[in-house]
Ligand binder design. Sequence first.
Ligand code: ZN
Ligand code: ZN
Ligand code: ZN
Ligand code: ZN
Length: 389
Amino acid sequence: MDETDSNPIAILGFAEEPEEPLPDLAFISKIGGKPNWLHYSKSMKAEDVTCKSCLKPMILLLQLYAPEDFPQEAFHRVFYVYICKNGKCHKGPFDECMVVYRSQLPEINEYYIEKDKIRTENDESDDDRNSDTESNISDFSEWVVNPEIKGPIKCVICGLQGTHKCGKCKKQYYCSKEHQVDDWVSGNHKAHCGTGEVEELKNYLFKEYEVLSEPEVIQVNDEQVEEGALISTKIDLEEEAEDSEVGVDKTFLEFQKQMESNPGQVLRYARNPDFKEDCSPLWVSESGKPYEKAVRKCELCGAERKFEFQIMPQMLNYLEVSSDLRDGIDWGTLLVYSCPENCETMGNIYAKEVIWRQQFSSDGIGDKYMKASLGLLDESDYNFGDIKI
Ligand SMILES: [Zn+2]
Ligand SMILES: [Zn+2]
Ligand SMILES: [Zn+2]
Ligand SMILES: [Zn+2]
């Protein structure tokens, strides 16, 4: 396919509720839940993801499987985006309450083997190609965890390395004092301590959604939009401007236009080997773009980091945690800049990359946009002429 001269096309991610719990496999892109470590027996520690504002471990927002052809060491490649679930922390500097790591592995590695190898060894009726119900290995990838490899001791709550043990039963592990206390104080482990039963703390992590990807298709002709299939997220900014006497943010208008064809997108991925160039970020505002030095060079190899993917405001609609803590977690978009060389992560297998938060520019625009995307605007908030339902 020779498309190198055409404009690059972004790959969009959409959230889908899984029918059954997702397996512990790093080749899955997902929102929330516990992380699936690519280096299967080595997990990150609470220190790697401690919120600098409240000092508690952050929780997994996104796990993104993004394999690359080059170099060989990036054959499997996973990003882990962590954010603090305490909304108050998000009112301060974003780099204190969010972090992103890259992890990668070559094709031949100690952790994974090809699914076919297991099938031929274990399944005698191999001719029966239709009987894919025999395996509980789902179709997430051709690789499965080598059964000889043991997982690490993990925090029962969040999946980070289990470095703290319940002093009473000496059976339950936690990543931190904080998670141990939360499990005890909520009454969860208190009820089970010593019984051998394990119960996970409910609604402590973000709810798990699989992220499925599709190349972006822009709807050119309005009539192609199936009636009722899409709720347009368009709000009339020019009218807003007249009311509030602020200038129209053209960048927001462009953002809004681009989102119209695929209003449910939670993620935009920019790299695509079919194109000469990567996609540019879809900014939500003219202001709040990273300043020159904000995107640091790769600390490991010195390469200039490049934009790789962005998390869209729609992802906020999927973050359910039990308390009202979530209030305050907010963004226009979160951009991730990574090392374009996919350089070796050396001794530390989780390499920190750069995350940047851009907010909507004028007060209220972001809220209105989000409400419109959920179909929650009051009649008084919009003019019917501008909203297609
Ligand atoms: Zn925090
Ligand atoms: Zn934990
Ligand atoms: Zn215990
Ligand atoms: Zn690098």
